[in-house]
Design a protein around this ligand. Sequence first.
Ligand code: ZN
Ligand code: FE
Length: 254
Amino acid sequence: MNIVSIPALTDNYIWLLHDDHASALIVDPSASAPVETVLTTLGLRLKAILITHHHLDHTAGAKALRDRLDVPVYAPQDRRIEAATHRVTNGDELYFVAPAVKFRVLAVPGHTLSHVAYAGEGLLFCGDTLFSLGCGRLFEGSPEQMLASLDRLAALPDATQVCCAHEYTAANARFAALVTPENTALALRTRQVAALRAAGKPTLPVLLAGEKATNPFLRVDHTEVIDWCARQGVATESRTVRFAALRKAKDVFS
Ligand code: ZN
Ligand code: FE
């Protein structure tokens, strides 16, 4: 299976997965034109579209692609996603024949309430829930919900390749360094990210194991984040309070 990140809009990635027989599926088409260009260039046939959440920078290209290429659109139960042909819900297993892949649907409320992630084939398409070195903003859900969603994602196998929907890693690294300045794995990843960006390359996908070692939002139970909370005068006993304080600090940081 081959994975391609298609840059779109300012900093979105549309993920494309294809087999060696020219069958492809995509996740979160923020626009149709870049997808059609890649399909033509690589000689691929689009077989399905997966959507993680209703925001336009994840859905705006879905209807045009659906109508032009006659493909199914899988999306969570949310009226705001009008292009959907198939609704998915937590625990659903999606089987595709070509490319031959299987994904499990995980409900991950927080960024939005109906947000889902798709996990399978060693890949995780998590939309705007988990970013490399960060997490999505809480537009609709509570800190409790988002933390539980991140816990679900963190419980996937360490070797999972995390396919986030935005190239936010460099900015996230600057915030993470303020929170956990002593984390040597983070310093290493930050240098790697700078080199990738300087070369015009994506910082994604990223291994879940690496995220668990570096992403402060996945490390609310570690001393370094507890210490940061103490330095900020945040009560440190509750992990939800620690997570909420981190998210709030990030909101005003960038
Ligand atoms: Zn979003
Ligand atoms: Fe987004």
